[in-house]
Design a protein around this ligand. Structure first.
Ligand code: ATP
Ligand code: MG
Length: 158
């Protein structure tokens, strides 16, 4: 499966990549977002919501799940930062969320570990400067691979 690393030189660059992704996502797609505080995960989701034509994305840190309607696809935005453990994931109805006819974007996805769907687009963000971010994208299955190829981003590593 593919692995791509790119540099995002400004918040706008991250927003733009999100917009591209938002134009591609279909119900059932899962995007697993990792990277520390302020890495740009929510910024990316903001772009996805714009690209899908849905209502504006906000940080779901206190809500765990936000749903954005009105776009070409229903979007579910999860933030597992405050997740206490697997029991809470169960209480949150994570499996039910995965069965929703929506595309899902999940911040701090590593906290869901084995509960994550097998085929997911993994996006890892890292701070590379005040306005720069490194983004690593990888696919774990056929659908996420298709998404990654459709994004049309070229590897900038090396
Ligand atoms: N290239 C960039 N891409 C994205 N955000 C950037 C970039 N450069 C600077 N920033 C800034 O970094 C911050 C990223 O915040 P954001 O809420 O998206 O992070 P996050 O990964 O969701 O963090 P958290 O884990 O706290 O939810 C914003 O204030 C944004 O303006
Ligand atoms: Mg966030």
């Amino acid at each position: 499966m593919s692995f791509i690393e790119i540099q995002l030189r400004s918040p706008l660059a991250t927003l733009r990549l999100g917009r591209k992704l938002g134009a591609l996502l279909l119900a059932g797609d899962f995007v697993a977002l990792t990277g520390g505080l302020g890495a740009g995960k929510t910024q990316l989701v903001r772009g996805v919501a714009e690209g899908a034509g849905a209502e504006a994305a906000t940080s779901p840190t206190f809500a765990l799940v936000h749903v954005y309607r009105g776009g070409r696809v229903l979007l579910q935005h999860l933030d597992l930062y405050r997740l206490a453990g697997p029991d809470e994931l169960f209480a949150l109805g994570f499996d039910d969320l995965l069965a929703e006819p929506a595309a899902t974007l999940c911040e701090w996805s590593e906290r869901a570990q084995s509960a994550l769907p097998a085929d997911r687009l993994e996006i890892a963000l890292a701070i590379a400067g005040p306005r720069a971010r490194k983004m690593q994208l990888s696919a774990t299955g056929p659908r996420s691979n298709e998404l990654l190829e459709s994004l049309g981003v070229a590897n900038q590593k090396g």
